[in-house]
Design a protein around this ligand. Sequence first.
Ligand code: S3P
Length: 171
Amino acid sequence: MTIPRIILLGYMGAGKTTVGKALAKALNLQFYDLDWYIENRMHMTVKQIFDERGEEGFRKIEHNMLHEVAEFEDVVISCGGGTPCFFDNIDYMNQQGETVYLKATPDVLYGHLKMGRTVRPLLLNKTPDEVKDFVSRQLAEREPFYTKAKHVIDVSLMDNYEKIAITVDNV
Ligand code: S3P
């Protein structure tokens, strides 16, 4: 890869943060998770931002912060699940780096989300069945944005995040 900036995208639960960390370590690059960057810069959690400013407010902040992080060099950046789907973010991401879509089926995503401890405002106050439906529907809506990434890796059958990181490194 010639550009020292790798940008991981994909739906919630695809493993962007875990893969990003492993990849950054393997390539000796700095790792940035966009949600964590937002939380540090805003001194608020993602949930607090959703609560106080709504999703619209969050998307504006996310857009601005993406433009800060994606200027850094020698980095692996993992974005939020919605990042590529608002404003012109996906085009900007493609312009700034090697974008990689970590693609997974709704069932796999749901399985990861069920196990995870991250608070995800979009999934709160839903029954397990509602979450399943929501994930399938929203994934279908978001796929046209995700598939604009320069590289697509199907992670559904990969159980080991280190393996995924190696695959990303080889694209
Ligand atoms: C979101 C995904 C989250 C976070 C926010 C909204 C989304 O990031 O940015 O809760 O719209 O898909 P992860 O994909 O890291 O969970």
